[in-house]
Design a protein around this ligand. Structure first.
Ligand SMILES: *[C@@H]1O[C@H](CO)[C@@H](O)[C@H](O)[C@H]1NC(C)=O
Length: 185
């Protein structure tokens, strides 16, 4: 009982960010034969779930493979005219499932799932993160990433379809702002 309360308190900020979905996390298919090395480098955020209207723009992440096979993850955004960066660590959590990464932005936080559902490495990537809460409901995040700041509308539609086909509700997914970003270069 006490543990349940502690867990609910822990997840409350996450839960408040969006409408939780009933039931456990979906189990989407991930990118077959995922090659971590090809995934490294710079990715721009094209669309995300849930909507975070108040957050920054020009969001991008730079992944670099480290000597110990962990991943240096540097995410940046422009918020209120200022470039902000956060650094995290990524790992392949299960070598049998290399497309299922975990990322942590702090030593005190556990790794959050960061699953690459699909990518061609050179154009776009579909990323999904879901956390079960007491197996009663789940909270999730989804991103469409691109190697460039824009993706053709058809590619975005296709990406949303892949999420939907995996029982991931992306009806509330919104486009990320990638305009006026030259100052970050
Ligand atoms: C990505 O990170 C690597 C390693 O830290 C760095 O050499 C490279 O310049 C970075 N690229 C961008 C676009 O920030």
């Amino acid at each position: 009982m006490k543990l349940s309360l502690a867990l609910v308190a822990f997840f409350l900020p996450l839960i408040r960010a969006q409408v939780p979905h009933w039931g456990p996390c979906p189990e989407p298919a991930v990118q077959p034969a995922f090659t971590l090395k090809q995934f490294m480098g710079r990715w721009f955020e094209i669309a995300k779930l849930p909507a975070e209207f108040e957050k920054g723009r020009c969001i991008e992440t730079n992944f670099t493979l480290k000597a110990d096979n962990s991943i240096r993850v540097v995410s940046s955004e422009i918020l209120k005219g200022e470039l902000r960066k956060i650094e995290g660590i990524g790992v392949i959590e299960d070598l049998k499932n290399p497309a299922k990464l975990g990322i942590s932005y702090s030593y005190v936080l556990p790794y959050s799932p960061y699953w690459i559902l699909a990518t061609d490495y050179v154009n776009s990537a579909l990323v999904y993160s879901c956390t079960d809460v007491l197996r009663l409901f789940h909270v999730d995040f989804a991103w469409i990433l691109s190697r460039t700041r824009t993706l053709p509308e058809a590619a975005i539609d296709k990406a949303r379809e892949v999420f939907a086909n995996n029982n991931i509700d992306v009806t509330r997914m919104i486009a990320s702002r990638q305009q006026g970003c030259e100052k970050t270069l």
